[in-house]
Design a protein around this ligand. Structure first.
Ligand code: SOE
Length: 386
């Protein structure tokens, strides 16, 4: 079995999620090998050295280019803020490293296309971090669609709602700055919905959207990590340059109609990443806050017991479930990243592209940008216009 040596850039929220995935992987999925956590990189010496120790990396550095020079690193895992993705990915591909990059792939469609081209030109493997595809209940939804058990698909209805910036005094973290994040709820949350739509229903042909920034200025942060930050009311204020909420309608190439809602202004919704699919033979409903469950309805159930049934996707019949605990013993958020890394390691063992790859990242970016253009021009946009 090939040994895969990993170098990671970024050590905060996603860096922790990915580090944990590499560590847990061999315990539950020994068949895909044991990734070696060679080196982790971050800008802050104290922070990155602590992370290296805490997460179990062999070494650390504050200069990501050092990782690319090392012959003992095969894969570069990019968890830095979105504005850093492109430069790192291009340089890493040129150095012949495989790439695993968090979403959204880049700040713009043009940049994401350049990243895909660079990876293809270098002949390296590439993967993008759409982790929600890897929830067993989402896999079950995919299976039901693919096997035709929902019939012809009419609707995909999705919403990703959070509430961590509802307080107008919450500081201006990087996720609220366009030059670093690319966009707000749209690229952060909507990107996941778009990817799930592509995965579950297929290509999106045309879109029209609307968006709003409810709080236009915020105090500068004194510190931030993950989704939390500190600041003070008296701190200088800066403009919020991304959307707080973006909604859009879509028509799928296969004829289905879609509606999408991404918002960070939905009090009470901590991380509601939810969708429904309605087809001629049935429907499914998923909500990440109950990620082990898929609600399933079939039109051909006997009339007297018709209704949504709650399927707990923890049986051996469900994707990835057999590797974990006995049925009914549920799994969590971090497992989606472990499953993602299972796919990545398996693909590297089999010398094939992992899925989802940078092509999926580009496709997502194309829809994100089509929605932005539709908002700017107040009209329907065909995704192939971009
Ligand atoms: C923050 O909004 C965030 O962590 C996203 O960046 C993730 O992609 C999403 O999975 C959860 O929320």
């Amino acid at each position: 079995m090939k040994q895969v040596n990993v170098g990671m850039i970024g050590y905060k929220f996603m860096g922790k999620a990915h580090s944990h995935a590499y560590r847990d992987l061999p315990m539950f999925f020994p068949q895909v090998g044991r990734p070696v956590m060679k080196a982790i990189c971050g800008r802050d010496e104290k922070g990155v050295s602590q992370a290296a120790e805490q997460f179990g990396w062999e070494s650390w550095t504050t200069d990501w280019r050092e990782l690319l020079k090392r012959d003992d690193i095969d894969l570069i895992d990019i968890n830095a803020p979105s504005d850093a993705h492109k430069e790192i990915a291009l340089a890493a591909a040129a150095a012949g490293k495989h790439l695993f990059c968090e979403k959204p792939l880049a700040l713009t469609l043009a940049d994401s296309r350049e990243m895909l081209q660079a990876a293809e030109r270098a002949g390296v493997k590439h993967m993008v971090g759409f982790n929600y595809r890897f929830a067993p209940a989402v896999r079950l939804a995919k299976k039901l669609v693919e096997e035709g058990r929902l019939g012809q698909i009419y609707h995909f209805r999705a919403w990703f709602l959070q509430d961590w910036i509802v307080d107008p005094e919450f500081p201006l973290v990087w996720r609220l700055q366009k030059e670093v994040a690319g966009s707000g709820s749209h690229g952060d949350l909507g990107a996941h919905l778009i990817d799930l739509a592509h995965y579950l229903v297929g290509d999106i042909q045309e879109v029209i959207g609307m968006s709003e920034t409810f709080v236009k200025e915020r105090p500068m942060p004194s510190s931030m990590t993950g989704l939390s930050a500190r600041g003070s009311k008296d701190a200088p204020r800066g403009p919020v340059t991304v959307d707080d909420a973006t909604l859009f309608l879509a028509r799928f190439a296969g004829g289905a109609l879609g509606s999408f809602e991404a918002s960070r202004f939905a009090p009470g919704h901590r991380c509601t990443n939810a969708f429904e699919i309605n087809g001629s033979k049935g429907s499914v409903k998923f909500d990440f806050e109950r990620m082990n469950e898929l609600q399933v309805y079939f039109t051909d159930d006997a009339e007297d017991v018709q209704g949504f049934r709650r399927v707990l996707a923890t049986d051996p019949a469900h994707a990835y479930a057999e590797a974990w605990w006995p049925p009914g013993h549920t799994i969590g958020y971090e497992h989606t990243f472990i499953h993602e890394v299972v796919e990545l390691m398996q693909a590297l063992q089999e010398n094939r592209q992992p899925v989802p790859d940078f092509r999926d990242g580009v496709k997502c970016q194309q829809v994100l940008e089509a929605v932005d253009l539709s908002i700017a021009e107040k009209r329907w946009i065909q995704t192939n216009e971009l």
